[in-house]
Design a protein around this ligand. Structure first.
Ligand code: DGL
Length: 281
């Protein structure tokens, strides 16, 4: 069924399974504060990283449609798992029916584009959810972009999103899981000089990650690259830019209790957040 979507200009939507996309929102708003934004976190159903392709696609599809119904013209999947497992299907199967003038963009492509300039050895480590790693999306994009010049060595980190969603990212318990995964990755390929945080939750574990990574290895969160890629996209697509409202507002929605979301999001963003509850189906 074709949904009835608002036709007037609207905000930029940013979606994530939970809190992780806030690290993307923060960078995007820092670079382009003039636009209106709506953030939607599916906290009630996070984490996505251990779920099947079909489930991640269905959950992401519901969230993107809801953001379009709220008036968004453009939605950024601020989640690697959703970018890896749902982006292409939404672009190919859903957007043409919903409204071909709207756009959904992912965050893997801009990250891969950036990493070639950061690594000197050509050996890039990737830490991400099991879903992102299993999809092979980073390797596929890197091969397309660099041929064999940049090698991606990956390590799935199944517990890390849960540590963040459950506010354990600074606790002593987090050390065990972070040390284990960083250690595995660097043992696997000692030539790695760059580690991509291929999950938007992971910047919240940065203190722990730095603690277990040799100083000469660069840790690269994606937010900055996603933000500059979006700015570049909007410079090249006036038809989309003209459809974005510019009131510098940001609304927050979560599928969980707003109280939980508010207290965590306020810490993550450093500003007071008041979210509303949304039900997805
Ligand atoms: N922030 C999501 C990502 O970038 C985490 C996915 C999850 O919920 O496991 O992959």
């Amino acid at each position: 069924m074709t949904p009835q979507l608002p036709t007037n200009p609207g905000p930029i939507g940013i979606f994530d399974s939970g809190y992780g996309g806030l690290t993307i929102l923060r960078q995007i708003r820092g670079m382009m504060p003039q636009y209106d934004y709506i953030y939607l976190g599916d906290n009630a159903r996070a984490p996505y990283g251990t779920r099947s392709f079909e489930v991640v696609y269905e959950f992401t599809r519901q969230a993107v449609l809801r953001l379009f119904e709220m008036g968004c013209r453009l939605v950024i999947l601020g989640c690697n798992t959703a970018s890896a497992k749902a982006l292409r299907s939404i672009q190919q199967n859903d957007l043409p029916h919903w409204d071909p003038t709207r756009r959904v963009l992912g965050i893997i492509h801009p990250t891969v584009e950036a990493m070639g300039d950061i690594t000197h050895t050509g050996h890039v480590g990737l830490v991400a959810t099991p879903g992102t790693i299993r999809s092979g999306s980073y390797e596929i994009e890197a091969e397309k972009h660099y041929g064999g010049r940049v090698k991606v060595v990956s390590e799935a980190c199944p517990m890390w999103v849960s540590l963040v969603e459950n506010h354990e990212y600074d606790s002593p318990g987090a050390d065990y899981f972070v040390e284990k995964r960083i250690g595995n990755l660097l043992r696997h390929d000692p030539e790695i000089d760059t580690i991509i945080l291929g999950c938007t939750h992971f910047p919240l574990l940065l203190n722990k990650i730095l603690k277990y990574t040799p100083r000469e290895v660069k840790i690269v969160p994606q937010g900055e690259y996603v933000a500059s890629s979006l700015r570049n996209y909007l410079e090249r697509h006036a038809e989309m830019e003209n459809m974005l409202t510019k009131g510098s507002t940001c609304q927050f929605y979560t599928t969980e209790q707003p109280e939980n979301f508010n207290s965590s999001a306020t810490i993550f963003l450093g500003t007071t957040v008041e979210a509303e509850r949304v039900y997805l189906e």
